[in-house]
Design a protein around this ligand. Structure first.
Ligand code: NOJ
Length: 733
């Protein structure tokens, strides 16, 4: 439809119809869909339902076709519905959780994953996914770190843009869906790491650290944006006119549709900025929120607000047009069913090709944190005991894989049994996932009861460990312990699992821990018992085969931490790109007094950002620069030579960090500015080059201008964020 026809359509619609386009109803109104927020009866009438423009959490080609047909027939202008869902790390074929995808440092692979998810979801009738989440995260207590790609704004921007490209293609092609960037803005910085909590960010920190990843997704053409639940400077985002109109639209150039988060318009009341739903609706529409997800505020109050002259009808027209334009971009006026097809669903969902991409992504997301005496990989002749509650566990997809079927997941045990060259092996659960008195409130899926005789299971495991050459302990956190509304105050393993590790360690010291988690955890009591630690995250449908291959060396770990594992939960929030402070401290916390540190623990994480080992060793030469002075418009080339000094082929992610030594405002001790992945055979070496240009050195200066400042810069190239492989250059005035 061309713009003229859209204008014509808008001009023919009644006020009620226009408001209807701004209302999204939850799937439970249509007998379906996972409930992803507080559910209740919003008190809508049949007429409200007849005119609502969108559904959330409805899936299935046949269901959506029928619903669309019936709805359009009854709609005064036969405007199609738009169906939106949370397709976060895959639809039916599930990929590793986004935090793990961040560890691949491979935007192309992440794009491929998003494109697989889009193909499957589109076949099931979905039009929009509520992904990517580009929120910067610095506090592992926050459960939603699982859904972000980590603590670095640059990496997050690359990943968010890759996901947008993967989902959307050009939006006209078959197998594409629109992406919805979330949660605007700053949702990743809740006080105390507690979900939904208030956010305080200085204007500079917001611009410098938090907005860039959203901007990258906007520049990649993301079709929608979602507001965040939190307050920012005491204003809830959903009512924040400055944030939505001045920042998001005017400064950042977003011109697509803006949706609230689940119930967030109504939540302006408990936030204490609106007296009732009517005032909430007024604040949100004035802020420029086009669609009200689930709350009854728009459906019940916008009409009266317009009739009473409190809300200008122009605002309704503006928002309605954006929703119509989105439907138009998706081609819904020409083909309201888009790709929804039972036949395509049968052919595409979980097809071999998709499973292969998921397995590849899982293999590349595993992070090897420790591997003393080359305990890994396992060898086929070794007697290995696989012990732990995650050995034969199908819940490997993370809490956001709400449209997957856990039965499709291949467990580690099943994969090992199928893989050649793994005998002799034995299996035992060893412990429950959760302590008996632990509470799991799962709002996504039913939580299966754990029925295990704890003492007998522990005994069996210890006996098995005694007889084995090596033990692999598959441990971790419950999948409902990360994700939305899943903040934690402790980051250690449940007691029952720690006890299992401690008891096994008494009889066998050759322990590898494979860790399943949706966040960085406190591994102090794990790393002193385990000789090897492999972080598997929640690896998705193909997690089992990917792990079996990795543990036996058929593929080599190459993931790098997208978020540091803290030494202790009490260090949080933390991030590698911190400031020096006036009393920088880099030594041993036990030896100096007046530095920015703790008296009783290190200030550094246990495993830093960018860290990850391989089964091989890769050396990196000192950095050389082709010149020492950078002129504007010119470039410096920084070079290192990396060499595989070990015994198997491996892939290194060579990372470039830069420090601006003196700025008009304090500058981070270093910031990631680039990375390259190189695969090397044993003995092979390659030169890795990075171009440094002036635009990479810009920041928001003391006057809030985005500029570079002449002076000295340090540049670091190495295998993680702590590298001291350094060179210096000057930016010419
Ligand atoms: C609330 C979450 O914050 C958001 O990320 C999600 O997309 C919506 N619920 C819809 O389920």
């Amino acid at each position: 439809m061309d713009q003229q026809k859209l204008n014509q359509l808008l001009s023919e619609m009644s006020l009620e119809e226009k408001i209807g386009q701004l209302v999204q109803l939850p799937g439970y109104f249509q007998n379906g869909g996972t409930i992803t927020g507080p559910a209740g009866d919003p008190g809508l009438t049949q007429e409200d339902l007849r005119l609502a423009g969108s559904y959330l959490s409805v899936i299935g080609a046949e269901k959506i076709r029928t619903l669309q047909e019936e709805y359009m027939a009854a709609h005064p202008h036969h405007i199609p519905l738009i169906f939106m869902d949370d397709i976060i790390n895959g639809y039916r074929t599930v990929f590793p959780v986004p935090l793990a995808q961040g560890c691949t440092f491979n935007p192309d692979l992440v794009q491929q994953g998003a494109s697989v998810a889009a193909k499957e979801a589109a076949a099931s009738g979905v039009h929009v996914t509520f992904s990517p989440m580009a929120d910067l995260v610095r506090d592992a207590r926050w459960g939603r770190v699982m859904e972000s790609t980590g603590e670095d704004a640059y990496l997050n921007g690359l990943m968010a843009a890759a996901m947008v490209r993967g989902y959307q293609g050009d939006l006209k092609e078959k197998g594409t869906i629109a992406a919805c960037l979330k949660h605007f803005a700053g949702y990743g910085a809740p006080d105390g790491g507690r979900d939904y909590n208030s956010v305080e960010l200085s204007p500079r920190t917001l611009k410098e650290d938090y907005l860039p990843a959203y901007k990258a997704a906007i520049d990649a053409g993301v079709a929608m944006v979602m507001t965040s639940f939190n307050t920012l400077d005491r204003v809830p985002s959903t009512a924040n006119k400055w944030l939505m109109r001045d920042v998001l639209r005017d400064e950042m150039g977003f011109d697509g549709a803006l949706i609230s988060d689940w119930g967030a318009v109504g939540e302006l009341v408990p936030h204490g900025v609106a007296a009732d739903f009517a005032q909430a609706a007024q604040l949100a529409i004035e802020a420029g929120v086009d669609m009200d997800m689930v709350s009854p505020s728009y459906a019940k109050h916008l009409k009266t607000l317009v009739e009473e002259g409190k809300v200008d009808e122009k605002l309704i027209d503006e928002s309605c047009m954006r929703m119509l334009e989105l439907k138009n971009k998706l081609g819904l006026f020409e083909n309201p069913f888009r790709d929804a097809s039972k036949k395509e669903e049968d052919a595409l969902l979980l097809c071999d090709e998709h499973r292969k991409v998921a397995q590849d992504c899982a293999e590349k997301s595993f992070v090897l944190l420790k591997n003393d005496n080359a305990l890994l990989p396992l060898r086929s002749e070794e007697k290995v005991a696989f012990i732990g509650p995650f050995v034969d566990n199908k819940f490997l997809c993370g809490s956001w894989a709400i449209f997957s079927d856990d039965q499709d997941t291949i467990t580690l045990k099943a994969a090992l049994e199928q893989q050649e060259g793994t005998s002799p092996i034995s299996f035992a659960p060893g412990s429950r996932v959760m302590d008996k008195d632990g509470i799991v409130l799962g709002f996504q899926k039913a939580i299966p009861e754990e029925t295990l005789d704890e003492e007998a299971a522990l005994q069996e495991a210890v006996e098995m460990a005694k007889k084995a050459d090596k033990v692999v302990l598959a441990l971790g956190e419950h999948r409902e312990f990360s994700g939305e509304a899943s903040s934690r105050g402790t980051l250690t393993l449940p007691h029952c699992q720690q006890r299992l590790l401690d008891e096994v360690a008494k009889v066998n010291q050759n322990i590898t821990v494979v860790l399943f988690c949706g966040r960085p955890m406190d591994l102090r009591k794990v790393q002193n018992k385990a000789k090897a630690i492999l972080v598997a995250w929640f690896p998705g449908t193909e997690g089992g085969p990917a792990l079996a291959r990795t543990l036996y060396g058929h593929c080599v770990p190459q993931g790098k931490l997208s978020m540091a594992f803290p030494w202790s939960v009490s260090q949080l929030p933390m991030h590698y790109n911190e400031f020096s402070t006036g009393r920088p401290f880099t030594g041993d916390y036990r030896t100096a007094r007046f530095g920015s540190k703790y008296q009783d623990m290190p200030k550094y994480p246990l495993y830093p950002f960018g860290f990850g080992l391989s089964y091989t060793t890769i050396s990196c030469s000192p950095v050389t620069l082709n010149k020492a002075v950078l002129k504007k418009g010119d470039a410096i080339t920084a070079a290192v030579t990396v060499k595989n000094t070990g015994h198997c082929t491996g892939t290194e992610t060579v990372q470039l960090y830069i420090r601006d030594v003196v700025g008009s405002v304090a500058r981070p001790v270093r910031e990631l500015k680039g990375f390259r992945q190189v695969t090397l055979r044993p003995g092979e070496e390659k030169e890795v080059l990075f171009e440094i240009t002036e635009d990479m050195l810009r920041f928001w200066d003391i006057h809030m201008n985005y500029v570079s400042e002449p002076g000295e810069f340090h540049l670091f190239i190495g295998s993680d964020s702590t590298t001291d492989n350094k060179a210096a250059f000057t930016l010419e005035a």
